[in-house]
Design a binder for this molecule. Structure first.
Ligand code: FES
Length: 128
């Protein structure tokens, strides 16, 4: 499995704006969100389980006012941030599409079966 750099760790604060990125998923490039919740990072395809549109009307703004749930800005479905399970709203019981991510070396990485591994020079040039 390859890891692809998404961003530096400090780009994603606890229960704050999501970091938006793209990921190859289901045979095409998709918009995705990266969040930090209870000091762990999670990533999901940025698509509501109700209607396939992005969760955030204001870019990256996916937490509800309590900062306990992710919320869809269109019809208010709310999701468990650590599992992607919809807990209420028109798609209760369905899930966001989760992406595997990990954090090390002060950066957050997408675990990506479809991407070739980065060589060291590519990592540094992307940080730079
Ligand atoms: S589109 Fe998200 S709740 Fe309807």
């Amino acid at each position: 499995m390859a890891e692809r750099l998404i961003c530096a760790s400090d780009a994603v604060a606890e229960r704050s704006l999501a970091y938006r990125f793209t990921a190859h998923y289901g045979g095409r490039e998709r918009n995705a969100i990266l969040i930090r919740f209870q000091h762990k990072v999670y990533a999901y395809i940025n698509e509501c389980a109700h209607v396939p549109i992005e969760l955030d009307y204001n870019l990256g703004d996916v937490f509800d006012l309590s900062r306990e749930y992710l919320i869809c800005s269109t019809h208010g479905a709310y999701y468990n941030p650590s599992s992607g399970l919809c807990l209420g709203g028109p798609c209760a019981g369905r899930r966001l599409h989760a992406l595997q991510v990990c954090e090390h070396d002060d950066a957050i990485w997408l675990i990506d079966d479809s991407a070739p591994p980065l060589i060291e020079n590519e990592i540094f040039s992307k940080h730079g």
